[in-house]
Design a protein. Structure first.
Length: 123
């Protein structure tokens, strides 16, 4: 068993201020299954691991204990502005990080829609 997996999963969930039941609904599993993951009594399949990584915006390597860097960007060359944005995001509780990420995704979708339909002048 991967002892870091359950601990990291619990930490991410608690930082996000969410219950096991809430996460279980999001990834389409039972509360008991998620509890067993956190207690290291059970390991997720690849599909579930991917859902957890996507939900918490972390890498599988982080959840599996292969790295202490939760995000891919730690290994990327980023502009100073992007680095500052990431530092600010990381200073927030996980719940707010998730809210900002979802809001940003909606903005990107809206921008792409406008660009595709060319109804509005882009600035």
């Amino acid at each position: 068993m991967l002892k870091d997996f359950g601990n990291r999963l619990r930490k991410l969930r608690e930082e996000a201020g969410l219950t096991q039941a809430q996460i279980a609904r999001e990834i389409n599993c039972s509360h008991k299954v998620l509890s067993n993951y956190e207690l290291n009594k059970r390991e997720p399949d690849f599909s579930t691991l991917n859902k957890l990584c996507d939900y918490f915006n972390v890498t599988a390597d982080y959840l599996l204990g292969r790295t202490d860097h939760p995000h891919h960007y730690k290994e990327m060359a980023l502009s100073e502005e992007a680095q500052e944005l990431l530092r600010l995001m990381e200073s927030l509780p996980k719940k707010y990080q998730i809210d900002i990420l979802r809001y940003s995704q909606l903005n990107v979708m809206a921008f792409e829609y406008i660009k595709k339909n060319k109804h509005h002048k882009l600035s």
